[in-house]
Write a protein that binds this ligand. Structure first.
Ligand SMILES: Cc1cc2nc3c(=O)[nH]c(=O)nc-3n(C[C@H](O)[C@H](O)[C@H](O)COP(=O)(O)OP(=O)(O)OC[C@H]3O[C@@H](n4cnc5c(N)ncnc54)[C@H](O)[C@@H]3O)c2cc1C
Length: 389
């Protein structure tokens, strides 16, 4: 039986392999059956549905594009489709998986020792352990290179002092990938939960990404054994940016999922809602919004597919990922707003997922490089002139 394809105006579905379609459909079914029924409650309560973590492990979606150490090594397009389906559920769910896979498993995979890979990757892949990624600091967001968290070498240990802010999964993490300034430059460390001097506290009062844990990490004379240094991070902040490129790739796909969720609801609502004696879908101004959504989602789907092919062929440049993250999130954010408008007053209640996606996308627009920073990255690439400072 042909699987449900969903919004596919340019028949992009035909360009995915059978395996890619199967993986997408498996995650789609999981999200429909196990995430959508509970997500609004978690969003209201400001909690992450931790019960899905082992399920994500069973489904094999955590670090799925890595090969070995318990990771299946699926194609980059299949990995992107997973991110799309997870974010069709909620940006918080996709954020969890993206942090675990791209920001924790990837740096261990790319920069870790054999012992670190064997110790952490299989358990992170199964969802038995959770990780977080600490780069941003209270006073250093878009400019991580000026970070002040320090790691001073003392014999066989490093002593960490400083703090990290806005860290996804922070309080539920068993291991934190923490970036700190050493005498040799910025390096990544694995800091385990329970290490004396390491505490995490949850940030409350968020109006965006509510179904996600966001935390502050604090290090006070925290002694980290030298064996926990990610020794391959001698490129300094560039190594951290390589991790971010992995995560931004997933975000570009994920934004399509959030946009599709909003489009689906808006289209159905517009056909059913009658005003002035006819469905509002029959009004030109409403159709203009729906057509905008259709057009931008279709363009984003094509952008993602090509990006995935380039990544698979190892020919991708980080600026191409910037373009897709910047564009797709901006369009998804606008699509969510227009969907909210089509729903009228009903658009502001969580009976429909639109307001949740709209609010979530404010975070997605800002994290992993703000929209403006990606604009500057691209501007520098095409002009050769940096407009950062
Ligand atoms: C819910 C959530 C989860 C997050 N999860 C993580 C995580 O897991 N790990 C982690 O390390 N970080 C995480 N972050 C942090 C995120 O990556 C930062 O918020 C982001 O990098 C921006 O930093 P900032 O908030 O300090 O803003 P700032 O850097 O202070 O920027 C403020 C504004 O100034 C603009 N701006 C800055 N510099 C320039 C410039 N040169 N030119 C033009 N405009 C400029 C920015 O675009 C932005 O609009 C998370 C954030 C949120 C909200």
């Amino acid at each position: 039986m042909e699987s449900f394809v969903g919004l596919d105006y340019y028949r992009v579905n035909e360009l995915y392999s059978n395996e890619e379609r199967l993986i997408r459909d498996t995650v789609r079914d999981f999200v429909d059956a196990e995430v959508l029924p509970i997500i609004e409650t978690h969003h209201r309560q400001g909690t992450f549905p931790v019960g899905v973590i082992p399920r994500l492990g069973e489904l094999g979606v955590l670090g799925a594009n890595l090969q070995g150490y318990g990771c299946p090594g699926i194609s980059e397009v299949a990995y992107g489709l997973i991110m799309q389906e997870l974010e069709r559920g909620d940006s918080g769910l996709r954020s969890f998986a993206a942090v675990q896979g791209a920001l924790v498993m990837y740096p261990i995979y790319a920069f870790g020792t054999e012992a670190q890979k064997k110790e952490w990757l299989p358990r992170l892949a199964k969802g038995e352990k959770v990780g977080c990624f600490g780069l941003t600091e209270p006073d250093h967001g878009s400019d991580p290179e000026s970070m002040v968290t320090k790691a001073i070498r003392r014999g066989d240990d490093y002593i960490l002092n400083g703090s990290k802010l806005w860290i996804t999964n922070g309080t539920i993490a068993d291991v934190a990938v923490v970036w700190a300034r050493t005498d040799e430059g910025i390096r990544g460390f694995l800091v385990e939960k329970g290490t004396p001097g390491f505490t995490a506290r949850e940030i409350h009062g968020k109006f965006s990404l509510r179904a996600s844990v966001t935390s502050e990490l604090i290090f006070q004379d925290c002694r980290v054994p030298k064996k926990n240094l990610l020794s391959g991070t001698e490129q300094g902040v560039k190594a951290a940016l390589m991790c971010l490129s992995q995560a931004r790739y997933g975000i570009a796909w994920g934004a399509v999922g959030a946009a599709i969720a909003c489009y689906d609801v808006a289209l159905k609502y517009a056909k059913a809602r009658v005003q002035f004696g006819r469905p509002i879908a029959g009004f030109q101004l409403v159709q203009q919004k729906l057509v905008y959504m259709l057009t931008e989602i279709t363009k984003a789907q094509l952008l993602c597919l090509r990006l995935g092919q380039l990544k698979q062929a190892k020919q991708i440049h980080h600026t191409q990922i910037s373009l897709a993250k910047m564009n797709n999130v901006e369009k998804a954010r606008e699509i969510a707003r227009q969907a909210r408008e089509i729903l009228g007053a009903a658009g502001i209640v969580d009976e429909y997922p639109v307001i949740r996606h709209m609010l979530n996308l404010e975070t997605v627009y800002t994290y992993e490089g703000t929209h403006e920073i990606h604009t500057l990255i691209l501007g520098r690439d095409i002009t050769g002139l940096s407009a950062f400072a």
